[in-house]
Design a protein. Structure first.
Length: 277
């Protein structure tokens, strides 16, 4: 195969390479002499619950692009890692796969240490359903996540169902509309088992405003911007924020707030000093 053909069949070459790295014995296949290392095409197809002919065509660069569902089966059959799974989708469809919702997956201690390394910048990590699952001392001091019960750490519930948090917003209507539009973008990326539908039903029942904003179908990216918060102790705090996706965990997002002025930073530090370490 010449270089041009290899480039044109990048998906097939990748599938063949991954297949050749698997140990047949680890999957219960007979330890017989094989002409090539790894699993046979028929064995991968059997594990992926697709026809051997279709899988052979994929490796040969024939038959067109597979569906996302087929790629998920093949990724499972080949025991691909998250990075390898994403690479497979990019080769086949030119896009990343849907994020996997992993409610029981622990947060890396490195991520928490990175949050803690931001001394006066409130920062937290949220899920696709906007549950805050990690935060630093500055975020606790400004937003009060540490004292809240797990269910009360959901940003949407706080904005729409907590009168104190609602009063802290200088322009609640604009903030709430933006939050719903940004949440819709994450909700579309979430898998059906992420609990989005249940959360939307709950909020629609508890808040007529949420129900109305949700029906508007606006979509925004969290991105970056400015926020002014009316804190009950420190008064007005102005901050700039940026949001990031955590590499290897597309189901999680990090939001970092930086005080807009030295005076705002001083307010955050004084709030932190007033809380126990």
């Amino acid at each position: 195969m010449d270089a041009a053909t290899a480039r044109d069949n990048a998906l097939g070459n990748y599938l063949k390479d991954r297949r050749g790295r698997l140990d047949p014995a680890a999957f219960g296949y007979p330890a017989v002499r094989r002409r090539t290392p790894g699993l046979r095409r028929e064995e991968v197809a059997q594990r992926a619950h697709i026809s051997a002919t279709w899988y052979t065509w994929l490796e040969q660069g024939r038959g067109g692009a597979p569906s996302g569902e087929v790629l998920e089966r093949i990724a499972g059959a080949l025991m691909l890692t998250e990075a390898e799974r994403e690479h497979l989708f990019l080769l086949a469809l030119g896009r990343s796969p849907e994020p996997r919702y992993r409610p029981d997956a622990g947060l890396s201690p490195r991520i928490q240490r990175m949050l803690d390394a931001l001394p006066a910048s409130p920062a937290f990590v949220k899920t696709l359903t906007w549950d805050v699952v990690a935060w630093n001392r500055a975020a606790d001091a400004v937003f009060g996540y540490g004292a809240a019960a797990p269910g009360e750490r959901n940003i949407l519930r706080r904005i729409f169902c907590d009168p104190q948090r609602r009063a802290a917003q200088l322009d609640w209507d604009s903030v709430a509309r933006f939050v719903v539009a940004a949440f819709r973008a994450d909700a579309t990326r979430a898998r059906p088992d992420a609990g989005v539908d249940g959360l939307v039903r709950e909020l629609s029942q508890r808040s007529p405003e949420f129900a109305a904003f949700w029906q508007e179908n606006d979509v925004r990216h969290h991105g970056e911007g400015t926020k002014q918060l009316r804190h009950p102790v420190a008064g007005l705090i102005a901050m700039e924020y940026s949001s990031f996706t955590i590499d290897g965990r597309p189901d999680l997002g990090m939001v970092v707030y930086n005080p807009a002025t030295p005076q705002d930073e001083d307010k955050v530090r004084r709030l932190m000093a007033a809380r126990p370490a």
